[in-house]
Design a protein around this ligand. Structure first.
Ligand code: BES
Ligand code: MN
Ligand code: MN
Length: 456
């Protein structure tokens, strides 16, 4: 631990400089405009893995953005850790809400501000630097493989095929991912589950052209109004989702499990103040921790139609649309829920309009084991680095690849995230605390150490 701390201390500035370089690439996977930048980011990551001491570094092409692979096999009889992360980021807009440009990282109040600072460049780069540290100090205790992809934020469409085609290459004993959050540096935690996802787009189509809202309004159904009514009906007065069959497969937790989950520190007043809301919302009968961890949800991510430019235009739009996502919990299945949504949404459409439901991507929910060697190694590593034992929590976000690793490779995952919920992931002013970045680099070598030790 002393050597680790010392190495981090001596290299702090360079670790920051390199992360800043990585953050300057606008690797937005959702927007084709950034294609060259995303590709350059992959090359940069490959170069850094090589420089840190990885062998067989490759930028593996896929039908979409490439996957960066690298490994260090010290002894085939030792256990192998597969580190997964993503070098792509979410779009930065709305740009005007950033206090500094999203791809020009800056430090304010000991925090690094940039798109991707936490999700996931800052977090996967901790692993690259921790690997460098273990190579330099000659303390790498197990084999390590890196797989850093470039399409996580758009659903990892091509990763499944890559995994299926490279089972031998990716063979490992555990997948280690830092792409989630902990409660705080004072109260470290480990996420033991992720929600699944069904994402789709709906379109409500009315008259064959935009109409004068005075000449036709009143006699023709307005698709924007109908869309709002249809969306509003998807929750009842208790904020339950009204899609028939939606809750059929939802796993219910025991009273004991719920009690444990709710024992995590949580201050509702602070939570509300941080978000600027007077009151919280949610499915009746559950706490906010449960609403974001163990219960499924349905959210409108975007909604549009008609005239949204400057000033006024009196128009009855011909179409209105929305993007809708549902977060899923064990044992819901993404395809099944998508089908239930489609069927229901089409069935509630009045005859005055037509509707089109287009599924996007999805992912399955997961629960990770807490009695495994790998989880225990993560607990021990955090306890040693933070001076306090981590508590288990359930994460609200989704990383679809986790269930895929389990299904295709038969490998379980440890989610050792060092972000905070307040890091503004996917929002303006995304940040990563410098302290979390360095703490992560310190903790990761300890994970490898204990994983190798406990595997013996
Ligand atoms: N790193 C996040 C997921 C996450 C964030 C998990 C915080 C737990 C806590 C990941 O990059 C992400 O944003 N995933 C998407 C899903 C994907 C299919 C676009 C998500 O959760 O919306
Ligand atoms: Mn992420
Ligand atoms: Mn993300």
């Amino acid at each position: 631990m002393k050597d680790i701390k010392q190495y981090v201390e001596e290299n702090k500035q360079r670790f920051l400089d390199e992360l800043f370089e990585l953050l300057r690439f606008p690797s937005v996977s959702a927007d084709p405009k950034y294609k060259e930048d995303v590709l350059r980011t992959a090359d940069y990551v490959a170069g850094k893995l090589k420089a840190a001491g990885a062998d067989s570094v490759e930028v593996c092409p896929t039908a979409g953005y490439p996957i960066v692979y690298g490994e260090k096999i010290i002894d085939a009889s030792k256990p192998t850790v597969l580190v997964y992360g993503h070098y792509d980021v979410q779009p930065a807009d709305p740009l005007e809400l950033w206090t500094s440009p999203p791809f020009e990282p800056v430090i304010k109040d000991e925090k690094i501000f940039a798109r991707g600072a936490c999700d996931d460049k800052g977090q996967f780069y901790m692993h690259v630097k921790a690997f460098e540290l273990m190579m330099k100090l000659e303390t790498l205790p197990c084999n390590i493989k890196f797989m850093i992809e470039g399409e996580e934020e758009v659903g990892s469409d091509n990763l499944g095929e890559f995994v299926k085609a490279n089972k031998a290459k990716l063979k490992a004993d555990v997948v280690l991912i830092s792409d989630t959050a902990m409660i705080s540096l004072e109260t470290p935690s480990l996420e033991t589950g992720l929600r699944g996802l069904s994402y789709l787009e709906v379109e409500v189509i009315g008259p064959n052209r935009d109409l004068h809202s005075g000449v036709y309004g009143g006699a023709v159904a307005n698709p924007a109004t109908i869309l709002c009514q249809m969306i509003a009906s998807l929750h009842d007065a208790s904020n339950h989702i009204t899609i028939p069959g939606f809750y059929d497969d939802v796993e219910s937790l025991s009273i004991e499990e719920r009690k444990q989950l709710n024992a995590a520190p949580y201050n509702e007043a602070e939570y509300k103040a941080d978000l600027g809301v007077n009151e919280l919302w949610g499915e009746l009968g559950y706490t906010a921790i449960e609403h974001t961890g163990i219960r499924p949800t349905l959210e409108v991510n975007g909604i549009w139609g008609g005239y949204i430019g400057e000033g006024a235009k009196t128009v009855l739009p011909s179409k209105a649309s929305a993007k809708i996502s549902m977060r899923l919990v064990p044992n819901q299945q993404s395809d099944k829920i998508t089908a239930l949504f489609k069927q229901h949404f089409e069935s509630i459409a009045p005859k005055s309009v037509k509707v089109k439901v287009t599924p996007h991507h999805g992912g399955e929910p997961v629960v990770t084991p807490t009695d495994s060697i790998a989880f225990k190694a993560a607990e021990k590593a955090i306890e040693e680095a933070f001076g306090i034992k981590p508590i288990p929590t359930r994460g609200g976000g989704s990383i679809p690849i986790v269930s895929l690793f389990e299904r295709e490779l038969g490998i379980k995952t440890v989610l050792m995230g060092f972000g905070l919920d307040s890091d503004n992931l996917h929002s303006p002013n995304e940040k990563f605390d410098i302290a979390n970045y360095f703490k992560g680099i310190e903790t990761i070598p300890l994970f490898h150490k204990y994983f190798a030790e406990l595997s013996n």
